[in-house]
Design a binder for this molecule. Sequence first.
Ligand SMILES: Nc1ncnc2c1ncn2[C@@H]1O[C@H](COP(=O)(O)OP(=O)(O)O)[C@@H](O)[C@H]1O
Ligand SMILES: [Mg+2]
Length: 258
Amino acid sequence: MSEPLLKIQHLNKTFQSNKGSVQALHNIQLHVKEGEFITVIGPSGCGKSTLLKIIAGLDVQYSGDVHLGGQPIKGPGIDKGFIFQEPRLFPWLTVEKNIAADLSLRDPNVRKKVDELIELVRLEGFQKSFPRELSGGMAQRVAIARALLRNPKVLLLDEPFGALDAFTRTHMQEVLIDIWQKNKTTMIFVTHDIDEAIYLGNRVVILKPRPGAIRNIVSIDLPIPRKKTTTSFQELRLKVLSEFEKIEELELVDSSGI
Ligand SMILES: Nc1ncnc2c1ncn2[C@@H]1O[C@H](COP(=O)(O)OP(=O)(O)O)[C@@H](O)[C@H]1O
Ligand SMILES: [Mg+2]
């Protein structure tokens, strides 16, 4: 059996502040295979962003083991692409220059890869456009292409479609699945939308809050492309929803002090 690409073991994270300490993550165990699409779902404040930042190497103050490709994660790097809710493009650069960023488009290898990515994220004809001329969904596709140009071992996405309207969001989900199938990049995608988590993921990791911990992991064995209206999709939605109901019951028990 091959080693998982990402291995998280006994991960605990506590934030210290002048108001006291907050345990953001408690004993997280997660193994992700190369090429897997993992979605992470849970209520606000359950540690989703904290988990992604630790995998990205943006936060190294934790206890436990986090290994990527057999190596401990020591800090940020291009092997870990990160997509935020907002695209964070350079407003003064064209689409193709935003994707190339610090790499030169005069390098034929870069040029070729940028052109391929523009086709992959369906932005043909917009190479010379500026971010202000793009819709929110197009801008987010530029951010995804920029991250993919660096051939990351893993692409981490923190509610990347959260700011988009419902129609654009559905379209972006289709585009992302297409990118994943063609590029085979390992994805870890945070959302609080149950349908989005089931539509995209091979496995849905359900987190519960206070402290942030894995409540359950649900495998999604539906063929791709998935249809949100099928009975099997609805059954999975009920399964994930029932996990949230269990979380609410736990919360009630907690708050009643039993
Ligand atoms: N920099 C920080 N300092 C103190 N507490 C933090 C910090 N970042 C996050 N937290 C706390 O950690 C918990 C998890 O936060 P976060 O990972 O942002 O949750 P999510 O992304 O699931 O909404 C929350 O209780 C939050 O208040
Ligand atoms: Mg968050």
